[in-house]
Structure formats: C-alpha cells, structure tokens
Design a protein around this ligand. Structure first.
Ligand code: NDP
Length: 467
C-alpha cells in the first residue's frame, strides 16, 4: 500500500518530523540525499519502522506515495530547496503538493509559490527545534487554503496541543507562514536578550552566582513570566560543569551565534516602517557580542563598564516587573509588525490565531500568549499595549522598567533591549513629540515643507540665514 505523505531530508528536523508523523499513524515515505542516512534512519525507527518506507531514489519516493501526493522538504533553506524542487518537478503531477518546511525567507516562498507550475506549493514554518519536531511543533502555514486543508489532518496531528487545540494554522497566502515564523524568531531573539540582560544585572550588578540566579528564574517561571525560555534559562543557570567544577554559564564563551532569521525580521520591519526597537536591539546585541576582540580592546581603553549596584538600588521584584513590561512592549511591537505586513502584502494575517499557534510547541511559548490571543480578539486593530489587560500590566510595571534601565545606565550595565522598550513606551505615550524639530531641519536644508499646528499644509519657514 502507498504512503500518505513523503519527506525529503532526514537531518535533525526531518528525521524527527518523520518519526512524529509515523507515530501519529500516517504511513510515510522518506528519501535523503545520502542514502546511508536513510537506511540508518529506518533501522533506528524501532516499532515505528512499520509505518516508514525508506526509498533510495526520488522516483521510488514519488512512486511510493498515494496520489495526489504531498511531499515535505526539510533541507537547508536557500539553494537546496530550489534544487530539490527542480529535481522533483519532472516526476510530479499537477495536483501533487510540495511543502517547504524549512526556515525559508518568506520572499523566497513568495517567489516559489508564484513559480509553481505543474505542482502545488505550500511554505510552512516549523518551530520548536528537534524536540518540538519529534513531539509537537508549532506550525505556521502559507499557501492556498485547499492545499493547506489537504494536509491539515497530518499537520494538526503532529502539532503541539494547547488545551487540546493544535498549534498549527494557515496564516495566509504564499509566504505568509514563513513570514510569521520569521517574526516568531525575531521575538525569540528579543525574549532571550531580555533574559540575558536581567541575568547580567543579577550577575554584575548584584553579584549573584549562577545557582542563585537559577532559583530566581525558577521562581519567575511560576508567575506572569512563565515561559519555555525562562524555564530553560533557569535550567542553564543551574547546571554545574563537571570539568571546571563551576556553573556551566561561567565557562561558556559570550559570543552569540545566529542563523539570520532575527536579522530578516529587522530588515522587513524597516521595509514596512514598523518600529520593533526591542527586536532590533536584540539582533544588534548578538552582533555586538560577536565582536569579542573589539570588546576586549574597549575594556582595555575605557575600563570595565559594569559596577556593583548599591544594595538598595534594585530588588528582584523590580527586575521581574521590568521583564514583564519589556515583554509586553516587545510583543506589542511584533504584532504591530505583523499587522503592518498584513496590510502591505494584502494577507489578512489572523493576529489572534498567530498568538494561539504560539501558545505551545514553539520556542516563545508562554502563558502570556494566551492572554494576548484574547486581547487581540477583543481589541482587534488596536496596539496590544493599549488593550486593557496589557495596559493595566504596563501601568503597574513601567516604573520598575524605568528604575532598572536607570540603574543600568548609571552603573554601566548594558540593557539595550529593555532600554529600547522603555524609550519606545515613552515615545508612544507622548502626544507632542520632538519631530517638529526634525520637520524644521528638513525644511531648512531641503525645503521639504511642514504642516502647522494652527492649520495648513506645506508651509516653509523664513530661513533667511540659509545659504
Ligand atoms: P540538517 O543539517 O540537520 O539536515 C539537512 C538535511 O538536508 C540533511 O538530510 C541533508 O542531507 C539535506 N541536504 C542538505 N543539503 C542538501 C541539498 N543541497 N540537496 C538535498 N538535500 C540536502 O538541518 P536541520 O534539520 O537542522 O534543518 C533543516 C531545515 O529546518 C532548515 O531550513 C532549518 O533552518 C530548519 N529548522 C531547523 C530547526 C532546528 O532546530 N535545527 C528548527 C526549525 C527549523 P545529507 O544527509 O545528504 O547531508
């Protein structure tokens, strides 16, 4: 009998997705560029092997799948995807469906969807890492509704569940799913950076050791900040390295890696003129961390920045509240970016559904996302920071954010993400901004004109001193 679905690319993610699909009762055919990987995979599949058909050629793969076929690609984003599509294309029928499940740039997915000819195409973002792929990822899909509906039974079955609801959904046409996945990753960068910043305040400002910091994060994980990233940060802080006999955090080099999705988020936000300063600061912080030699040189010239805070400067409660405020501001920016993309690309992205899909399975899963889904439903079209539930939280917490950022500034503790969140918050509640000066400058040097408060468009100042 033929398989329900096929999968190409038995790397970290593909292998786990294939096992997940088999475990949910779907017969699956698999193919991998290196054939011995396919054999090893099938040999190690244990009792799930009965559901799995390993194949050695693309022809055999295609022949083993029930028509109309659905084939998942789980290969590195970029050229490998185009190459695989080109190799598959001559073997497929017009109703066969290729599903790119890698971390594609949504612009590539738009291009591939538009170029799909003689087959159908879906782009899906899959979040949750290896563990998620195996036991339940969050899945953000893009493409035609009829194509999504065809594979939805498989995708819903393998997705993470939040109170029984699958964390999988079609976000819109073509690249919409990969776009939402990209923003997810941008938010992930920001959540991680804010945690790293408060860790820095505890380590360098409060002189706390990693195990004590682990206990604080564990405690926060029982409150409003409950989230996977706080949970794993507590776990990371709590581990003692056997070789060095000290906390593993104290032996990990402080140079952060990245694969580019955070950067894509920032680039797209700039294209859309959507402000996402917290995510921007997080990406910038990773880039800055990578410049270790320059940081060393900086410390040699200027001396080390962080100094211990006076004991009464900040409480752990201040830090927790600052994180709550920072997190709300970050997500408000992220959802506003999605909203901007939705109008600009004509996608009608379902904001509450996005928050729902993110509630489980993905890296940024947290209890707050459930409240965000509610707020985005009840206050559709309004910035999340203005939705009453989150506005109340912000009213209660922004004082702590200010206190933490001020202490950081005074004592040389760099808090780029939290500080940008605060600056954005202050800008967003200032009716009379300082852009009147910008407009004056623009008119002075470029005769760009300005609107007057007392009425009228396109005025010019009497810049007699110009030229
Ligand atoms: P791996 O490097 O573990 O696996 C890559 C797979 O793609 C291998 O099966 C490899 O085959 C195959 N492959 C590589 N190049 C080509 C090519 N040119 N043509 C055909 N097959 C090729 O990658 P991951 O599983 O980690 O990632 C796959 C995708 O999933 C990426 O887009 C990644 O960004 C995304 N992703 C990864 C996550 C993670 O946590 N790792 C999380 C979410 C998404 P071979 O055995 O022959 O080398």
């Amino acid at each position: 009998s033929q398989s329900e679905i096929g999968l190409i690319g038995l790397g970290t993610m593909g292998a786990m997705l294939a096992l997940n699909i088999a475990e949910k009762g779907f017969a699956i055919s698999v193919w991998n560029r290196t054939t011995e990987v396919t054999h090893r995979f099938a040999a190690e599949a244990g009792e799930l092997a009965a559901q799995i058909t390993p194949t050695e050629t693309l022809q055999a793969l295609v022949a083993s799948i029930r028509s109309p076929r659905a084939i998942i690609l789980m290969v590195p984003a970029g050229q490998a995807v185009d190459d695989q599509i080109a190799a598959l294309r001559p073997l497929l029928d017009p109703e066969d469906l290729i599903i790119d499940a890698g971390n594609a740039n949504f612009r590539d997915t738009n291009r591939r969807a538009a170029a799909a000819n003689g087959y159908r195409f879906l782009g899906i973002g899959v979040s949750g890492g290896e563990e998620g792929a195996r036991h339940g990822p969050a899945i953000m899909g893009g493409g035609d509704a009829q194509d999504w509906d065809r594979v939805a039974p498989v995708l819903n079955a393998i997705a993470a569940k939040y109170e029984g609801h699958p964390c999988a959904g079609r976000m819109g046409e073509a690249g919409a799913g990969h776009f939402v996945k990209t923003v997810h990753n941008g938010i992930e960068y920001a959540d991680m950076q804010m945690i790293a910043e408060v860790y820095g305040v505890m380590r360098d400002g409060m002189g706390m050791q990693a195990p004590a910091i682990a206990a604080v994060l564990d405690d926060w994980n029982k409150g409003p900040l409950q989230s996977y990233l706080i949970e794993i940060s507590a776990a990371v802080a709590g581990v003692i390295d056997e070789r060095a006999r000290k906390p593993i955090l104290d032996v990990i080099l402080d140079r952060a890696g990245q694969k580019g999705t955070g950067r894509w988020t920032v680039i797209e936000a700039q294209h859309l003129a959507a402000p996402i300063p917290v995510i921007d600061a997080a990406v910038t912080a990773r880039n800055t961390s990578a410049r270790l030699e320059e940081r060393r040189a900086g410390q040699a010239v200027f001396g080390p920045a962080p100094e211990l805070l006076p004991t009464d400067a900040l409480t752990l409660r201040d830090l927790e509240q600052a994180m709550i405020a920072g997190k709300i501001l970050c997500y408000a920016q992220g959802f506003a970016l999605i909203s901007a993309a939705s109008s600009d690309f004509g996608w009608l992205l379902p904001l509450p559904d996005i928050a729902r899909v993110w509630r489980a399975g993905c890296i940024i899963r947290s209890s707050m996302l459930n409240d965000m889904a509610t707020a985005l439903t009840e206050d559709a079209g309004r910035n999340l920071m203005l939705a009453p539930f989150f506005a109340d939280h912000l009213k209660a917490c922004h004082g702590a954010l200010r206190k933490v950022v001020a202490a950081g500034a005074t004592h040389g503790l760099p808090l780029p993400a939290l500080a940008s969140g605060l600056a954005w918050f202050d800008m967003m509640r200032t009716e009379r901004s300082t852009a009147n000066m910008i407009q004056g400058q623009r008119d002075f040097f470029g005769a760009h004109g300005f609107q007057r408060l007392d009425g009228g468009e396109n005025h010019h100042g009497p810049w007699a001193m110009r030229g």
